[in-house]
Design a protein around this ligand. Structure first.
Ligand code: F6P
Length: 193
């Protein structure tokens, strides 16, 4: 069974300012991570070895993929980060202060809570179904460069977790996760780069 590598994009300008969503570029630390990721994957998958690379359509994942020398990424809109609707570009603190009802509602049921004019984790689980099917079909190793909420759902699927648990899975920045399907369950290795 092929290894599935997943990582969030490198730290973005929005991450630095603790803003939700957006389409910002990488910070200088984010660019440094992207370089290390590129070097690491190039070493493991030199020219001639197959590797499928997927990103979202957002700048920060494409920029993170741009340092891979030997493998061209494919961008999927289905991998774009959760749409925070009217909360896009805000901080959690701002939402708590100015939209306390929304903040509480999300805290109480993070899986089902749908941002006004945006999405819920439950919506993501649907949006990612075609991705999960394609993941099963593909027989090359694969690297997915995506986003926090997206990777929580994908890792949840791979580990066969109760969907309700997904929103609280830990998917830190600058960490490469390798998941390999085994006869019983999956094996996961996390590498801090
Ligand atoms: O803060 C980074 C980010 O990817 C946001 O763009 C997104 O809204 C959030 O994480 C998802 O995490 P949570 O569901 O915990 O708010």
């Amino acid at each position: 069974p092929k290894p599935i590598w997943v990582t969030r994009h490198g730290e973005s300008e929005f991450n630095v300012r603790e803003l939700i969503g957006g389409d910002s570029s990488l910070s200088s630390r984010g660019v440094a991570y992207a370089r290390r990721l590129g070097a690491y994957m190039d070493k493991h998958y030199p020219p001639g070895t197959p590797l499928t690379v997927w990103t979202s359509t957002l700048r920060r994942t494409q920029q993170t993929a741009s340092f891979l020398k030997f493998h061209r990424p494919i961008a999927w809109r289905n991998l774009d980060e959760i749409d925070a609707g009217i909360c896009d570009g805000r901080t959690y603190e701002w939402i708590a202060k100015h939209m306390p009802k929304e903040y509480e509602a999300r805290k109480n049921d993070k899986y089902r809570y749908r941002y006004p004019q945006g999405e819920s984790y439950q919506d993501l689980a649907q949006r990612l179904e075609p991705i999960m099917l394609e993941l099963e079909r593909i027989d090359t190793p694969i690297l997915i460069i995506a986003h926090q909420a997206i990777l929580r759902v994908i890792l949840g699927y791979l580990h066969d977790k109760d969907p309700q648990q997904c929103p609280s899975l830990s998917v830190p920045l600058h960490t490469l996760t390798q998941v390999t399907p085994k006869a019983y369950g999956v094996e996961e290795v996390r590498i801090s780069l």
